[in-house]
Write a new protein. Structure first.
Length: 98
């Protein structure tokens, strides 16, 4: 297990950042959605209910279409190459590969 974590630490780090961004978007989107609901005379909803709405799906898709999707292939390729020891990558211990 320790070896698995060490060998995939960069991927796990980026996955954690992605999940945190998604959770942050859920809370921010829910607050905005509830504000609009109250202005229109509707009832506020919970974060869990908001995540199941099309409003959340549309907002996530719009964000992914912008900068996230443009850089996702580059980030994934870099992570994969570094973790697999690509000859073009620097050694993770600081030296160059021979």
């Amino acid at each position: 297990m320790k070896r698995l974590l060490k060998e995939n630490s960069l991927s796990l780090f980026f996955l954690l950042i992605f999940v945190l961004a998604l959770v942050g978007q859920a809370f921010a989107g829910q607050a905005d959605y509830n504000d609009r609901q109250l202005v229109d005379g509707g009832q506020p909803i919970s974060v869990v209910e908001y995540v199941a709405t099309s409003d959340f799906a549309v907002n996530v898709a719009e964000n992914w279409q912008s900068e996230y999707l443009q850089f996702l292939p580059f980030v994934l390729a870099t992570v994969w190459l570094v973790q697999r020891g690509s000859p073009e990558s620097k050694d993770r211990q600081g030296g160059r590969r021979a």
